[in-house]
Design a protein around this ligand. Structure first.
Ligand code: 2NL
Length: 349
């Protein structure tokens, strides 16, 4: 009996001293102590020799010994994993890796980049300017009269206003301010497009937002005509929407252009036959344009007898909604991944 107790004591010492030297340590330990021919089993087998009155006491001792060995086994297993002692055999190389989530370009960026690349091919450079602008560059230089509704506090976000004794800082309502700044530099000819964010004090709905994105274009040189404007915009439409899309111009009015026009394209959905998207007219409006008003040229110190120019402006949201058949403007600014992820395959733009 004492002999058995002594043996257990020795085994425990041995187990405590066991060092998990290599990768196979856990397995070596398991076979030696916990296997079907292992030492724990052997000791357990001694139970039958124990007299009946001592069985309970020995049962407890033997169970404790078994647990001791099992705990040590878990410890060794843990150690080999923690210390990174894994060999090729321990790693399942056939498992698929964890895919890194790849983002996608925002649909407005896709369309903006496409517009830029089309106009680049026609020799238009990209120009940028401030989003916080003064009254001169946003309104006055552009021949917007003092009483124009766009100047109303209700339509424009003023940062400070002369009416309150401040200066006339505001959030720009179009990217024309960039074109004014380019013209003021006095380097001609000018052939630029101005993409960027603009602001209007509007109630947010499916069709309007307090900020949106624009691309405006400007070409100022000698002998620039309305024919140049039409051909430039026709090329743009064919590249953007397809070779069989038609255009038409309707007379319009902007204070900064004369003459002014609105340009429509044949409906992309019904091809011009008439549907709900084009309100059964066969045409959809995409931009405004015209010949730069002589007063605007003169305001920017350009001789309007020598130079002429055309200009145009379009909303990127509007073009994007037409191209991808998006029904609600608010989707562009809500950061809903279910919406944004639909454009993953279009990253090439
Ligand atoms: C629209 C219409 C337009 C312009 C923008 C412009 C700029 C200068 C001089 C003359 Cl510096 N014109 N820009 C001209 C006609 C129309 O935008 O519906 N935009 C969303």
């Amino acid at each position: 009996m004492d002999e058995l107790l002594q043996q257990i004591k020795n085994y425990k010492k041995e187990i405590s001293a066991f060092i998990s030297g290599d990768n196979n340590a856990a397995e070596t330990f398991r076979i030696k102590y916990l296997g079907s021919k292992g030492l724990v089993k052997n000791v357990m087998a001694e139970m039958k020799k124990v007299p009946a009155e001592n069985k309970k006491e020995f049962g407890l001792i033997l169970n404790e010994f078994k647990l001791f060995a099992e705990n040590k086994y878990e410890e060794i297993k843990q150690l080999t994993v923690d210390s990174g002692q894994l060999t090729v055999n321990d790693i399942d190389l056939t498992l698929p890796g964890d895919a890194l989530p790849i983002g996608s370009r925002h649909p407005l960026s896709l369309v903006k980049n496409k517009i830029i690349s089309i106009f680049n091919r026609l020799g238009f450079a990209v120009a940028e300017g401030p989003e916080i602008e003064d009254d001169w560059h946003n309104f006055t230089a552009l021949n917007l009269p003092e009483n124009h509704p766009a100047r109303d506090m209700q339509d424009t976000f003023y940062i400070s206003h002369p009416a309150d004794g401040g200066t006339d800082w505001m959030l720009r309502t179009h990217t024309s301010n960039v074109q004014v700044r380019e013209m003021e530099k006095g380097k001609l000819p000018i052939r630029i497009i101005c993409p960027g964010r603009v602001y209007r004090n509007e109630t947010i709905s499916a069709r309007a937002h307090c900020f949106f994105h624009q691309v405006e274009g400007l070409y100022v040189a000698e002998n620039v005509s309305f024919a140049d404007l039409k051909q430039t915009l026709y090329f743009f439409v064919q590249e953007m929407f397809g070779a069989d899309v038609k255009i038409r111009f309707r007379p319009s009015y902007f204070p900064f252009t004369e003459p002014s026009a609105e340009m429509d394209i044949s409906c992309l959905i019904c091809g011009g036959v008439g549907c709900s998207v084009c309100k059964h007219t066969g045409w959809v409006e995409i931009l405004g344009c015209g010949m730069v008003h002589p007063t605007v040229l003169e305001n920017c110190k350009i001789d309007s007898n020598k130079y002429s120019g055309f200009a145009f402006g379009m909303g990127i949201e509007r073009i994007t909604m037409l191209k991808y058949q998006i029904k609600d403007l608010r989707l562009f600014s809500e950061n809903d991944l279910r919406f944004l992820k639909q454009f993953t395959s279009a990253v090439k733009f």
